[in-house]
Design a protein around this ligand. Structure first.
Ligand code: ATP
Length: 363
């Protein structure tokens, strides 16, 4: 059968295990030999015990676990030709010519580069006498498929990335817990959430928790935001509102690119209004805990589709990433999505906020 390997790379997220499980079981179902690559690209470069053949039961009892049981890493060596050559040798020696990469845009860029470079890498290995010409011929082409695992939902081309829904559950649990204590004491709570340069987590958390304000990178507030926010808070208190919730995305900035932090917002409120104001920075709690039903299923469906895509791939097929389009797992061009994701980052840098939001759409 065909050799398929699956790895997780970059930041971990809930639901990655469901995706790994689906790749393994769908792969076995279609008669492939399936391998885990542990510790991301580092495991592929190092080889040895990092690449192990999987069977049906090796993915039992992982769907409910957060993070990724096969480990993830950032790997400097894979950025260089030398590292990728070692990785290629490790795959050829195990008959692997199909790769499922679960990670962010960096990981998928690396996978695409590896695929493009593959023939040259094999040529180099033949020259060095590390693989035979026969092996070079048999394994002449590498197929890749990507899946996006990220709590940030910051990838262009998919409605949801694997892990976002679970992170939202963690955030909402925290806001609800905080709201009850804030209500008792008439406090103002400021919550900082993750998301890097994407305000999705902050925005959705704010909408679902009746927050008073939200700060996101895509919509920097006007210069006088301090005054505006205090006026509104004062008004609400005078009308009997006992608690205030403000959500700040970790990447929030003002129109001059100055970061807006939870502590900064607190200072403004305390200085102007003297409200009892508390800050909670949620941090890694958002990545933790068990994946939501949505993320488990998302991983499963995407993993199964990834294997089908590999089975149908020819050397001429453009590499794809499995994305969620409405309620369907579909294939979209990998590099198109990566380039668009990078274009969004540039648009945000250049203060073209509307462009960034437009481009973030699915297609
Ligand atoms: P996250 O969104 O969680 O940060 P990511 O996949 O974008 O995930 P990166 O740190 O950018 O995270 O990339 C993960 C790994 O992918 C890197 O450590 C490196 O091994 C590989 N990689 C990234 N970019 C490239 C590249 N241009 N060429 C080769 N390898 C790359």
């Amino acid at each position: 059968g065909k050799g398929i390997a699956v790895l997780t790379s970059g930041g971990d997220s809930q639901g990655m295990n469901g995706a790994v499980r689906a790749v393994v079981r769908m792969g076995l179902y279609v008669g492939a030999n399936v391998f885990f690559i542990k510790e991301g690209y580092q495991g592929m470069v190092d080889g040895g015990d990092n690449i192990v053949e999987a069977n049906w039961s090796s993915v039992s009892g992982i769907i409910h676990k957060g993070g990724t049981v096969i480990g993830s890493a950032r790997c400097k060596a894979f950025r260089d030709r030398e590292g990728r050559t070692k990785a290629a040798k490790n795959l050829v020696k195990r008959g692997i010519t199909n790769l499922v990469v679960i990670g962010g845009d960096g990981s998928l860029t690396g996978a695409n580069l590896f695929r493009q470079d593959w023939p040259a890498l094999l040529q180099l290995l033949v020259k060095k006498g590390e693989i035979t010409e026969e092996e070079q011929k048999t394994y002449s082409h590498l197929n890749i498929v990507g899946m996006v695992g990220s709590i940030d939902n910051d990838f262009c081309g998919t409605d949801m990335t694997i892990g976002t829904d679970s992170a939202l559950h963690r955030i909402i649990e925290a806001v609800d817990a905080i709201a009850s204590t804030a209500y008792s004491h008439q406090r103002c709570f400021i919550l900082e959430v993750m998301g890097r340069h994407c305000g999705y987590l902050a925005l959705v958390a704010a909408l679902s928790s009746e927050a008073d304000f939200v700060f996101i990178p895509e919509n920097p507030p006007p210069e006088n935001w301090g005054e505006k926010i205090c006026k509104k808070l004062q008004q609400e208190r005078s009308m009997g509102q006992r608690l205030n919730i403000i959500i700040v995305a970790e990447g929030a900035i003002d129109q001059q690119d100055v970061p807006i932090t939870a502590e900064g917002v607190k200072k403004v409120i305390v200085d102007k209004l003297g409200f009892d104001t508390r800050v909670t920075v949620l941090g890694h709690v958002q990545r933790g805990g068990s994946p939501s039903a949505f993320d488990r299923l998302l991983g499963c469906r995407m993993g199964a589709e990834a294997v089908l895509a590999l089975m149908e791939a020819t050397p001429e097929t453009e590499p794809c990433v499995i994305s969620l389009d409405g309620n369907q797992a579909v294939r979209v061009p990998l590099m198109g999505c990566v380039l668009k994701t990078q274009a969004v980052a540039r648009a945000l840098q250049d203060h073209r906020w509307d462009d960034a939001v437009q481009m973030r759409g699915r297609s």
